[in-house]
Design a protein around this ligand. Sequence first.
Ligand code: HEM
Length: 167
Amino acid sequence: MTMSPRLRKAVLTAHVTSSLGWLGAVAAYIALDVTAVVSGDVERVRSAYVAMELVALYVIVPLALASLVVGIINALGTPWGLFRHYWVVVKLLLTAAAATVLLLETRTIRSLAEAAGAGADPRDLSGSLPHSIGGLVVLLVITGLSLYKPRGVTRYGWRKQKAPVQS
Ligand code: HEM
């Protein structure tokens, strides 16, 4: 299943936009997360938690799911394939792991926003910096892999390369 050049460009555009949009949204989330942890101003901290929930649920989660789905389509629709090159397999695993941790983390993000809005002092809440910074590092690694595309073909990839071309 190989896409026409025109379709391939369109899918690649959607892929890069959603994936790097995810990375950019995580950077914005970290600005809020740092504010929530270091600011001494109660109202500022409260609004940071509320904004973190909105950014996570309505920007980061949709972009992460789009990046994973469009990434898989991109791999399957090009000669790269999904399981032929190590860089693609590692990207798949890292992206799936990052998206899973993110989905599990949404519960914590929701409860932080709820607690911050409930009237207690939001400065006592813990923020979510280990997850957000960890997520950013993983996304940077994935971006590097995408651009350097280190050599390395899987066993399955070798078999496919040697197989006679199907008409
Ligand atoms: C956060 C996650 C991801 C990021 C930041 C990302 C980033 C990128 C970028 C910047 C490119 C363009 C590279 C170039 O044209 O030289 C690319 C291409 C590509 N990505 Fe991803 N990607 C992600 C997830 C995935 C996933 C989950 C897959 C599938 C397993 C995937 C498969 C591919 C493939 C096969 C290409 C080459 C497409 C082509 O040459 O037409 N990516 N990615």
